[in-house]
Design a protein around this ligand. Structure first.
Ligand SMILES: *[C@@H]1O[C@H](CO)[C@@H](O)[C@H](O)[C@H]1NC(C)=O
Ligand SMILES: *[C@@H]1O[C@H](CO)[C@@H](O)[C@H](O)[C@H]1NC(C)=O
Ligand SMILES: *[C@@H]1O[C@H](CO)[C@@H](O)[C@H](O)[C@H]1NC(C)=O
Length: 328
């Protein structure tokens, strides 16, 4: 029986350690501009932003790619004179590919911070939303909190409590409940969001999605327990320890509720969450929208800085032929 070299290598590695996922995408620096498309669309959550196309983003240096750096930011220069005119320029990018069972690791140096900011890294099918569901992996507003990981679905999905201790904001994932709040769980690590995340040099977020569960991990930069397989060709999340957030499928049919998802990175300002009068902090200036209109320099730290995004998928060839080969 003929075995290709790559297959043989895979099988040898497979014997040495239980390999679950093989890297299919290693997105670094300029590769962000191929892997993602820019979405110059109206903000579906009514943020005070204008999402620009790639040409505009590059011309205004709202995205910047070099070596192992990819920056994505909101404009920090223009005063918006017309309160009913377009919002502050910002960027929303969406992966061309879609993913079902996969692991994705985000190596992030900096996330957008500041009053009115609403950064998000998330996954959805997008067309026909909420059909196909939504998973928010990194999200929060106005510098507040720890990071929240949240599911949004059609009716019929509940986040179950599990062995992992989590603080739920709400357990019903149904988008129709409580203004699409979703079933969000807050991470316990104070370094997982906002200025404290940035002051610590960022860190790694990882997400594993299977038909049976979804897990999100966070390791602050320089943490002692960052898994050694991050950034390599193969990862085995079973060795990563207890996730920060764990959604088992016990009260949800994941295969029915979640379709193939794009990865989306966006930076909104104000909008339904960050700008909600009950949410926008009293310690922040003006109203959220006035702040965005009048104070461009307040947004100089409203930027993402990604070192890399690695995506891993199951190597079905390895799994299917494993027993045969080991019997050889
Ligand atoms: C930004 O991301 C969040 C993630 O939850 C999403 O709810 C929101 O609709 C997104 N905003 C835009 C403008 O895409
Ligand atoms: C664009 O942004 C990058 C990263 O912040 C910076 O190093 C570079 O100097 C900027 N370029 C210009 C022309 O402002
Ligand atoms: C795996 O096994 C199947 C059938 O047993 C075979 O057709 C296929 O070529 C094998 N794949 C590889 C990569 O060896």
């Amino acid at each position: 029986m003929h075995l290709s070299i790559s297959c043989l290598l895979v099988s040898l590695v497979g014997l040495a350690q239980a390999v679950s996922y093989r890297r299919t995408d290693n997105v670094v620096g300029e590769e962000f501009d191929d892997f993602f498309e820019y979405q110059a669309i109206p903000d579906p959550t009514f943020g005070r932003v204008t999402y620009v196309d790639r040409t505009t983003a590059v011309a205004q240096n709202l995205t910047f790619a070099k070596d192992n750096t990819f920056i994505l930011r909101a404009d920090g220069k223009q005063v918006l004179l017309d309160p009913s005119g377009p919002g502050r320029n910002s960027v929303r990018i969406r992966s061309r590919k879609t993913f079902t069972t996969h692991v994705v690791v985000f190596d992030v140096r900096h996330m957008p911070e500041g009053c009115g900011t609403w950064p998000a890294v998330w996954e959805t099918q997008e067309e026909g939303w909420p059909v196909g569901g939504e998973v928010d992996i990194i999200e929060g507003v106005n510098n507040i909190g720890t990071n929240a990981a949240t599911l949004h679905t059609s009716p019929g999905t509940f986040a179950s409590t599990s062995l992992v201790q989590m603080t739920f904001k709400q357990q019903d994932c149904n988008w129709l409940v409580n203004g699409n709040a979703g079933c969000g769980a807050l991470m316990r690590d104070q370094l997982s969001f906002g200025p404290s995340f940035n002051a610590n040099g960022g860190g790694h977020f990882a997400f594993e999605r299977t038909p049976r569960y979804m897990k999100v991990w966070f390791w602050p930069r320089s943490a002692g327990n960052v898994p050694r397989d991050l950034g390599t060709q193969y990862v085995n999340p079973d060795t990563w320890g207890i996730p920060a957030v764990f959604f088992p499928d016990t009260s949800c049919d994941f295969e029915k509720m979640f379709s193939a998802h794009h990865i989306i990175i966006n930076l909104s300002l104000c909008g339904e969450w960050a700008g909600h009068p009950a949410i926008y902090p009293a310690s922040c200036p003006l109203t959220c929208v006035e702040h965005v209109n009048k104070n461009p320099t307040a947004f100089k730290n409203a930027f993402w800085d990604f070192k890399a995004i690695d995506i891993y998928q199951r190597d079905t060839r390895v799994c299917k032929n494993k027993s045969k080969r080991s019997a050889m």
